[in-house]
Write a protein that binds this ligand. Structure first.
Ligand code: GLU
Length: 356
């Protein structure tokens, strides 16, 4: 792979990397990971750490076994988060590094003002050489408003701060594909997340983390769309982070589709939750993709979902392939009456539209 300067890097460490075979916090691996991250900071990189492990840590402290109910998980997260941070704080202190805790939720990311507040906070911390440590605020995030897994949280964080690279550290060497004989091999570089790649993601591979490879691919799509590189590397092998950013072949690299989107477009594309779908005809498709126009009702074939004005919708072609996302000008019940009509205003204004 061509060497690329990665200056702002988000590193995500999953529960499986922080847990020993007995299901307890693996302090040795945590310390080793911190040593690797400290090395990047010494190379003048701006690093944000997204960590799982609060529930594992809290469950251990409360003798809960594997927490089952939502309140149990929330209680475990509340106890575990501060214990986890204490360990990180101590481990980073050895390298004279200060850490900061940032707990994010889906609604904080979806709200433009809170999103910008969070970004300013990250900027200020990184300017001071602090290592922000991010987790989801599990105590308030119930299913409906949950990001749900830290692979997606890490990708949204990378998009929020405009990172050049997201590194997902996990318990395998990278992303495995299958060759024609059905034999698995480690993919060094993935240029496009096509059907073969989707199929190779298969089923979640670890029990402790939330996602396995499926959520890692979701994260890779966010990075590819917004213009960041992403890598999956093994969290148990020392020194890989430095190797990765100095251009050595480790793990699997996912390449971005295009250059980095500007900040507002990144938020539009992935900060909000998609509330509906507009299927468009080929005329509207080429106007959107080639001429950078607004989406007009005349080009819409079908509308799915119930949404209000200002909601985020996905714009797809007739085969269901997502082309763009954008904020609608009108609620679904109004828009539906205008399908296929000319001269009735805009469905999505070009300034509120992002091509994927
Ligand atoms: N936020 C959860 C925790 O700290 C982890 C979610 C995940 O593993 O993806 O335990």
């Amino acid at each position: 792979m061509a060497k690329k300067a990665f200056n702002t890097i988000v590193v995500k460490v999953g529960s499986s990397s922080l847990t020993d075979p007995q299901g307890k916090l693996d302090l040795n691996n945590l310390k080793r990971l911190v040593a690797d991250i400290a090395e990047l900071v010494k190379l003048k990189k701006k690093v944000v750490l997204v960590t799982s492990g609060s529930i594992v840590c809290g469950a251990e402290a409360l003798n809960l076994g594997k927490p089952k109910t939502i309140p149990e998980k929330q209680a475990a997260a509340a106890v575990g988060q501060s214990r986890l941070m204490r360990q990180y704080e101590k481990a980073f202190e050895k390298y004279d590094l200060t850490v900061a805790q940032i707990l994010l939720t889906r609604d904080a990311i979806a709200d433009r003002e809170r999103y910008l507040n969070a970004r300013h906070c990250f900027d200020a911390l990184l300017a001071k050489g602090v290592v922000p440590i991010v987790n989801e605020n599990d105590t308030v995030a119930i299913d409906e408003i949950k990001i749900g897994d830290n692979d997606n949280l890490a990708a949204l964080t990378a998009s929020l701060i405009g990172a050049d690279l997201l590194v997902l550290m996990t318990d395998v060497d990278g992303f495995y594909m299958k060759n024609e004989e059905g034999i698995s091999y480690l993919a060094e570089e993935i240029q496009e997340i096509d059907q073969d790649v989707e199929e190779a993601a298969g089923h979640p591979s670890t029990q402790l983390g939330t996602g396995g490879m499926i959520t890692k691919l979701q994260a890779a799509k966010v990075c590819a769309n917004t213009g960041a590189h992403m890598a999956i590397i093994n969290s148990r092998k020392p020194g890989l982070l430095k190797k990765l950013i100095t251009g050595e072949k480790v793990g699997t690299f996912f390449l971005p589709k295009a250059s980095k989107m500007d900040s507002r477009k990144r938020w539009l594309a992935h900060g909000l939750t998609v509330e509906g779908t507009l299927t468009v005809d080929s005329g509207a498709e080429s106007a959107l993709l080639k001429k950078n126009t607004s989406l007009l009702p005349v080009g819409i074939k079908e509308i799915k979902g119930k949404f209000s004005a200002g909601a985020l919708v996905s714009i797809t072609d007739e085969s269901g392939k997502e082309l763009a996302r954008g904020l609608v000008e009108l609620p679904s019940e109004e828009l539906i009456k205008m399908i296929g009509k000319k001269g009735v205003g805009e469905a999505v204004h070009r300034d509120n539209l992002v091509i994927l």
